[in-house]
Write a protein that binds this ligand. Structure first.
Ligand SMILES: [Zn+2]
Length: 327
């Protein structure tokens, strides 16, 4: 029997011990190369794009540069996802390694214990890493001639706790007794390829999203849900009735189920609540982990760190601290 990838040597290309053994100078060089990969780490002014700057390190030793053209000063993380950072650079690399090593997601309380930060700081940092992962999914189109894509949906959130006494309990299947927070996560997954997740009020709201993300000529595999019937007009469809079998006549949605298995385990085992405004981020994280499950962990850390350093500030969390200071 072949060895499982996660048990192999290739899966373990970076250890936390290696990260913590890094000197400040080594961490600095690593992040400089991730951010300014085109110039092999030589700083480029984020304000004007000038290549000429001088080192004006703070007295505390924090690296800082000043642009020769516009005279603005900037740091390695200015204008990136890690702008206004509080941790040393090594800490961010460690955080990314811890985050990537947990294949079903990392509890943010555990991350705060690992890093010695507040829960809120760990929460914001983990969500920023999800944002970085989501960058790779932006505008992704899967499938094409001769390729197979699976689609499926699952509902998350909106749990209504039954009341203690039987006489007070209400029928939670009725719409008027639901919380209204229940959302459908829809996954589009190419076999042996990449995934595209989306979040919608119900699965029937996902149809135009599916049409825009699945290339023409693709064979779509889906379950018997009537909501997918209209896709017949555009794609060759193979349907599987899960009441009868999980796989029949080559039709199956097992790749899509693997994604939901990972997201559901992340919800149950780590996050407990994934519904609400960040549900899409959790779905994107699960999709990224699923697509990269056979990538060595050192490469995963590099990819996420590079994504974080290549993008601008956070969409979800810019101004978060100011908005939440009073709470
Ligand atoms: Zn400049």
């Amino acid at each position: 029997m072949p060895q499982h990838f996660l048990l192999s040597r290739q899966a373990k290309s970076l250890t936390l011990a290696q990260v913590f053994r890094m000197t400040d100078a080594e961490a600095e060089t690593t992040f400089r190369k991730l951010r300014w990969s085109d110039t092999d780490g030589a700083p480029i002014c984020p304000a004007c794009g000038c290549l000429d700057s001088w080192d004006c390190r703070r007295s505390t030793g924090l690296p800082r540069f000043r642009c020769s053209a516009c005279r603005k000063s900037f740091s390695i993380t200015s204008g990136t996802l890690f702008a206004s950072r509080k941790l040393p650079l090594r800490g961010y690399l460690a955080a990314i390694a811890i985050f990537c090593n947990e294949v079903k997601g990392k509890s943010m309380l555990a991350l705060s214990r690992d890093l010695g930060t507040s829960y809120k700081a760990a929460f914001v940092l983990a969500h920023k890493l999800r944002e970085a992962m989501a960058d790779e999914l932006k505008g992704r189109v899967v499938g094409g001639e001769g390729k197979a894509v699976e689609i499926d949906a699952a509902y998350f959130g909106g749990y209504v706790k039954p009341l203690n006494r039987v006489e007070n309990r209400r029928d939670r299947r009725l719409i008027e007794n639901r919380s209204g927070k229940r959302k459908a996560v829809v996954i589009i997954r190419e076999r042996n390829g990449n995934s595209v997740p989306g979040v919608f009020p119900t699965e029937s709201h996902a149809l135009s999203f599916i049409r825009s993300r699945v290339a023409k000529g693709t064979v779509i595999h889906a379950d018997e849900s009537r909501n997918w019937d209209v896709l017949n007009a555009r794609y060759d469809m193979k349907r599987i009735n899960h009441l009868q079998a999980y796989s029949a006549d080559e039709a199956c949605t097992n790749w899509a189920e693997l994604f939901f298995s990972r997201l559901r385990r992340a919800e149950i085992g780590h996050h407990h609540h994934v519904a609400g405004q960040y549900l899409l981020r959790y779905a994107q994280e699960a999709a990224w982990r699923e697509d990269n499950r056979r990538v060595p962990n050192g490469d995963q850390v590099n990819r996420v760190a590079a994504l974080a350093m290549k993008r601008g500030g956070s969409v979800d969390f810019t101004g978060y601290w100011q908005r939440h200071l009073a709470k």
